[in-house]
Structure formats: C-alpha cells, structure tokens
Design a protein around this ligand. Structure first.
Ligand code: ATP
Ligand code: NCN
Length: 197
C-alpha cells in the first residue's frame, strides 16, 4: 500500500507545542504513517531580518520530535540555496520517495496559500491539511480540495516564545523540555530565565 506521509514545514524558530499538536492530530485523524518536519532554510515569505541559524533550528526541531517514533526531521531544504519553496521540496521528495503526501499548515498560511509558488501544480502533488489558528480563518482559503482537521486552538507562536525569552519569562510547556534546554544552553533569543523554573 502507498505510504501516507504528513509534511510539517516551518521556520521553527523555535518549534513549539502547537506545531506538535497539529502534526499529531493530523497523523491520527487522517491515519498517516509518519510526519516529517521540514525546517525551512530560507522561509519564502518571512520578512524578519535575523533568523536563528539553520543549525540551531534543525537541532531544536530534532529535539522537539525525538520522543515520537512517528515523527522525523527532514533536512532536505538545507541542500538548496535561495528561498525554500515548497514546490521544489515536494518535487524532490516525490522523486526520492514516492508516497501520498499531506502538507500541514495553520490558518494563517491557509489565508495566503494562493500566493505560494506554483500553487496550482503543488495542489496536485500534495493534499493540504489546515488547522485553524486563533486570529485567522482558514475558510478564506481559495484553494480547492483542502482537508480541515479539528484541533483545539492554541494561541502560541514562535514570536510569543521569542518575546517571553527576551523578557526572561518562563517558556516551560510552551516548548518541549529538550528544546527549552537547548535555548537555555545557547542563550537563544536572549533567554536568561529570572527563576530556575
Ligand atoms: N498555534 C498554531 N496553530 C496552528 N498552526 C500553527 C500554530 N503555530 C504555527 N502554526 C503553523 O505551523 C507552520 C510553521 O509555523 P512557523 O514555524 O512559522 O511558526 P510560527 O509560530 O507561525 O512562527 P512566527 O511566530 O515566528 O511567525 C505554519 O503552517 C503555521 O501556520
Ligand atoms: O512555496 C512557497 O511559496 C511558500 C510560501 C510561504 C510558506 N511556505 C512554506 O510554508 C511552511 C510554513 O512557513 P512559515 O513561514 O510559517 O515557516 C514552510 O515550509 C514554508 O517553506 C512556502
């Protein structure tokens, strides 16, 4: 039988619990075999100047998924220079590893999906799966054939976590413990917690 693989693309600066939750719920509700987390080398639509290094984001993503045997990290986008367009990633994945692919996105991404590179072709190569996200409405998405999954909405973002780190606020349970350890060890986002919790 053809494998069913979920792709969870992201900047993961840092990866957080909402990423893990929507991936897990997609896996269970669509009966997928695995989820591959794909950190973007150069996220096509992010305008922020200073991303954390690819090595740190890759390491944190690895740590985020390591307790789940069905979650894996795929570093395919680090092999290419220039913006990490999903169409290029998916074409390469299909060449290397034929399977049915499901690309997971949040409601914010769904709203702008029509602007993605070669979206009409990409939409024939993967099934998009959308998880609602507070403040966005995936129903606005104009692309056809999208699956919607029901997941409790979490108003958590990497931006919020970076802000909390900068302010010395606690990020426990916003990210997996192994990710928090890495952020603390490397003092990413200026993280110096005010207390040991
Ligand atoms: N809380 C959330 N609920 C639903 N989807 C989410 C949530 N957070 C992130 N996503 C989705 O996960 C994918 C990767 O997101 P990304 O790595 O950019 O995290 P982010 O929290 O949106 O980051 P930032 O705050 O830096 O923009 C995107 O498809 C995004 O829509
Ligand atoms: O291919 C595109 O045109 C495109 C435009 C915007 C985002 N994406 C992908 O969507 C995923 C989530 O993006 P981001 O910016 O929220 O990390 C990530 O895998 C990006 O490469 C892809």
């Amino acid at each position: 039988m053809t494998e069913k693989i979920g792709l969870m693309g992201g900047t993961f600066d840092p990866p957080h619990v909402a990423h893990l939750l929507i991936a897990q719920e997609t896996l269970s509700s669509l009966g997928l075999d695995e989820i591959w987390f794909i950190p973007a080398n150069i996220p096509p639509h992010k305008t922020r100047n200073h991303l954390t290094t690819s090595e740190d984001r890759l390491q944190m993503t690895q740590r985020a998924v390591n307790s789940n045997t069905k979650f894996h990290v795929c570093d395919i986008e680090f092999d290419r220079s220039g913006p990490s367009y999903t169409i290029d990633t998916v074409k390469e994945l299909k060449r290397r590893h034929p399977a049915d692919y499901y690309f997971i996105i949040g409601g914010d991404m769904a709203e702008q999906l029509h602007t993605w590179k070669d979206i009409s072709t990409l939409n024939t190569l993967v099934t998009f799966v959308v998880a609602e996200r507070p403040g966005y409405y995936a129903g606005k998405c104009e692309i056809e054939g999208i699956e919607h999954i029901k997941v409790p909405q979490l108003d958590i973002s990497s931006t919020l976590i970076r802000e909390r780190c900068r302010k010395g606020e606690n990020i426990r349970y916003f990210v997996p413990e192994d990710v928090r350890d890495w952020i603390r060890e490397r003092e990413l986002y200026g993280y110096r917690p005010k207390n040991s919790t």
